[in-house]
Design a protein around this ligand. Structure first.
Ligand code: E4P
Length: 220
């Protein structure tokens, strides 16, 4: 399973990248706003900076337009910024049409704001590179976010779709484990959820014991 970092924060992207386990980054207009980045020029510069930090990674940059023509225009501009850019498009009627067109031009796409198997079917039929079911937001309204990821994975395998299932809106470490269990291709996570994978009391106590035993025989 690939790991993407779900943030536009450059320090966190550098930190995760330095761990050597990062395969990409996802951003959205809310995440860009959180970092105080505004205006097309600044946003574009920021996307390029992320691409340069995560060498070879897949970096999702979301269109702002909601109509087909606007999405295509923005999609072309974003894709031209850097070869690592994946154009993120909302799962609407115009969005599906835009995914179809951009994909047919060889531009990578991430169909976002997906909350049902039916939406995931349309994204795959349009040729999306990634489909993003929002796990946490479904859980927030008492739904089964991981269940949706599992259903999409199963449907794609059954019909042989190549679109990768990118579990988004991941809120904590347990979500990552559940993504592994149901066969998600990618999980895009906050840095805290990735770091949570490292936590184990037996690792901490084992290391403390090793250090103590080393000190016993090596102290002057
Ligand atoms: C990433 O592609 C999504 O935009 C993001 O995971 C949404 O996360 P949120 O539901 O925590 O805002």
């Amino acid at each position: 399973m690939k790991f993407f970092l779900d943030t536009a924060n450059l320090d966190q992207i550098r930190e995760a990248n330095a761990m050597g386990v990062l395969d990409g980054v996802t951003t959205n207009p809310s995440l860009m706003a959180k970092e105080g980045i505004s205006g097309k020029e600044n946003c574009n510069k920021h996307y390029v900076e992320i691409c340069n930090i995560v060498e070879g990674g897949e970096i999702s940059a979301e269109v702002i337009a909601t109509d087909y023509e606007g999405m295509i225009k923005e999609g072309h501009e974003l894709a031209a910024l850097h070869k690592q850019i994946v154009v993120k498009v909302p799962c609407t009627a115009d969005g599906i049409k835009a995914v179809k067109q951009l994909s047919s031009e060889g531009i990578k796409t991430n169909c976002t704001l997906v909350f049902s198997v039916g939406q995931a079917l349309l994204a795959a039929k349009a040729g999306a590179t990634f489909v993003s079911p929002f796990v946490g937001r479904i859980d927030d309204i008492s739904g089964d976010g991981i269940g949706l990821v599992a259903d999409i994975v199963e449907m794609y395998h059954y019909y042989g779709f190549e679109t990768q299932v990118l579990a988004a809106s991941i809120r904590h470490t347990r979500h990552i484990i559940e993504c592994l269990e149901v066969g998600a291709d990618v999980a895009t996570c906050p840095l805290s959820a990735i770091k949570g994978l490292l936590k184990h009391p037996l690792t901490d106590s084992g290391l403390a014991q090793f250090m103590a035993d080393y000190e016993k025989v090596n102290k002057k």
